[in-house]
Design a protein around this ligand. Structure first.
Ligand code: PEP
Ligand code: MG
Length: 578
């Protein structure tokens, strides 16, 4: 009998295949008290297990296919670092010695203590990172209990399979891809889980957050995965299989046609030239951006340079990293967004004593944090200024909400300019300074901000979160996340109009810009610059080339007048069909 599950579509694409159920699950951990004379032997058993887990991870890293993006290995490096950290490699030894517990139990006690710290952090992104602790702890537990820690070390048993797991480690994800896995489905994890991020980078369809599906799926069940809609169909009938196979072929045909669009200009059918740039964060994204023919980088998220390390990068390291980015982009313009740490962006060893906020998305993040900690901010400003002497860069401020903040940032930039003057270091006196419009207050006052800035860029990910009051990383309220909410549409419209009135460019760099369903609506609102994930760029370009702006405007005006959301969606579909 056919039935379906609905989760979160984490990576687009359709896959059809047999289920391969893999269980990592919660390990039953034995507990017993040691004789004093056995303690040192137990310590050495624990050390051997940690060394074994380390060797396992090292071996997996060596097996990562060379053509796989370098950054994917970085996920495994993170686990190796955690394994070497004394919190995992040494603290359990203390418990074994002081409490006379067996190694498995000591490790479990330490794991629970670490997870409690993560839980108390009250930051949804960090809370999801406790999965990393579990992955690393489990790899040692499996060694202690002589169970094979890696689900994916086996033969080619994942080839063409749809893997269903409660959760997957980055190592498993990479190795399964190497073995030709067709898709991933996980019970846990949200759109920001490692599996989701890696699946998108590796272009493998994935559905995550399929809570409680486990008992209903069996090994070798035939599954259809629709990664766009987050749907998993179990035991589909012949008609469904035909339908999805046709859809698969259609997607492949469209993809290959799109690849040819790489060199085509992004011009609408009525001759409007649109700027189509890429959002990048990891170095691998830069390669893809060049491959798809992006006209520059509209959003370079610099946070990634600050993650997984004990100290923030100094000015020189940042200068070198940004120069590398400009080189990788083959000299195309790059919009560097200043540090957006906090909330959903990881805060780690760089700021070890940072206070925790009870509401991180509304707390000290992004520009608020940078203004509070100029020692963190100034090296970045100086690095960008120095780069501007010889490269086409722009500086973009995230999460601006008051004019006072803007004045402070501009003062700081001027102070850095004076320092560089005194040191005889060059910079572009006209370095464009812009801001992301991603807080409703900034959108409502966009006309005032536009007077002081060289460009605006709408960050819909946050703008939607703050306008509708939904935590963007909380999958419980994901259903409310609606780019078509009239309040969101009105704020976007206001921002575009404010920029145009002041004669400055307005771009959009939130996910909405990369979702081809909204391209015509945005063209109709007067948006002329899109910055999108490189994987979405050609699809958006295709829609642009097939759109007539004057027609889009008429439709958009109608959409903006409709009160009922389902009618708005229907009208949008109609707009997209012509
Ligand atoms: C946004 O908020 O839309 C955005 C592009 O920035 P980020 O997703 O990095 O917060
Ligand atoms: Mg944002």
């Amino acid at each position: 009998m056919t039935f379906s599950f609905h989760g979160i579509g984490a990576s687009k694409g359709i896959a059809i295949g047999q289920a391969r159920i893999v269980k990592r699950g919660v390990v039953e951990v034995p507990e017993y008290t040691l004789n004093k004379s056995d303690i040192e032997q137990e310590v050495s058993r624990f050390r051997t297990a940690v060394a074994g887990a380390r060797a396992d991870l090292g071996a997996i890293k060596d097996q990562i296919p060379p053509e796989t993006a370098k950054d994917i290995a970085a996920f495994i490096d993170t686990h190796l670092l955690m394994l070497n950290d004394s919190a995992i490699s040494k603290a359990p030894i203390k418990i074994i010695r002081e409490q006379q517990h067996n190694a498995e139990w000591a490790l479990k006690v330490q794991r629970d203590a670490l997870v409690a710290v993560f839980d108390a952090m009250n930051d949804s992104y960090l809370r999801t990172r406790k999965d990393d602790v579990d992955h690393v702890v489990n790899s040692v537990q499996m060694r202690l209990m002589h169970t094979d820690a890696s689900m994916a070390r086996a033969d080619g048993s994942f080839s063409g399979k749809i893997v269903f797991a409660d959760d997957l480690t980055p190592a498993d994800t990479v190795l399964m891809q190497h073995q030709g896995v067709a898709a991933f489905v996980t019970e846990f994890g949200g759109p920001n889980s490692h599996t989701a991020i890696l699946a998108r980078s590796l272009r493998i369809p994935a559905v995550v957050g399929l809570h409680n599906a486990g008992p209903y799926l069996r090994e070798n069940d035939t599954l259809i995965i629709d990664g766009r809609q987050g749907v998993v169909l179990v035991d589909p009938d012949a008609q469904m299989l035909r339908h999805y196979r046709k859809l698969q072929r259609e997607i492949e045909r469209i993809d290959s046609a799109r690849r040819k669009l790489r060199y085509a200009p992004a011009i609408t059918s009525d001759g409007e030239s649109i700027v189509l740039q890429a959002n990048v964060e990891l170095p691998a994204d830069f390669e893809t951006a060049v491959q798809v023919g992006a006209q520059g980088i509209g959003l370079y998220r610099t946070e990634y340079l600050f993650m997984n390390r004990d100290n923030p990068p100094d000015e020189e390291e940042q200068y070198q990293a940004y120069s590398e980015v400009v080189r990788a982009g083959e000299g195309a313009p790059v919009t560097i967004r200043t540090l957006d740490l906090g909330a959903d962006k990881q805060v780690d060893g760089t700021r070890p004593n940072a206070p925790t906020s009870s509401n991180p998305a509304l707390g000290l993040r992004a520009i608020r944090l940078c203004l509070k900690e100029p020692a963190l901010f100034r090296p970045q400003l100086r690095a960008i200024l120095r780069l501007s002497a010889h490269s086409p860069v722009r500086l973009m401020i995230p999460m601006l909400s008051t004019m006072g903040e803007l004045a402070q940032v501009l003062d700081l930039i001027n102070a850095c300019r004076r320092e560089l003057d005194a040191e005889g270091k060059a910079y572009d006196k006209n370095l464009p300074v812009g801001a992301m419009i991603e807080v409703p207050a900034a959108a409502i006052c966009a006309d005032i901000f536009a007077r002081e800035l060289d460009f605006l860029s709408i960050g819909t990910n946050d703008l939607i979160q703050y306008t509708i009051a939904i935590d963007r990383v909380d999958d419980e309220v994901n259903y409310l996340y609606d780019p078509l909410h009239l309040a969101v549409l009105r704020l976007i419209q206001m921002t575009i109009e404010a920029g145009h009135k002041m004669g400055i460019p307005v771009a959009m760099c939130g996910e909405m810009a990369g979702d081809a369903r909204y391209t015509r609506l945005l063209l109709g609102m007067g948006l002329k610059e899109f910055s999108v994930h490189p994987n979405a760029l050609l699809e958006v370009k295709q829609v642009i080339t097939e759109s007539h702006v004057a027609e889009c405007q008429k439709f958009t005006q109608r959409v903006m007048r409709v009160i009922k959301s389902t009618t708005r969606t229907a009208l949008l579909e109609e707009m997209n069909q012509n």
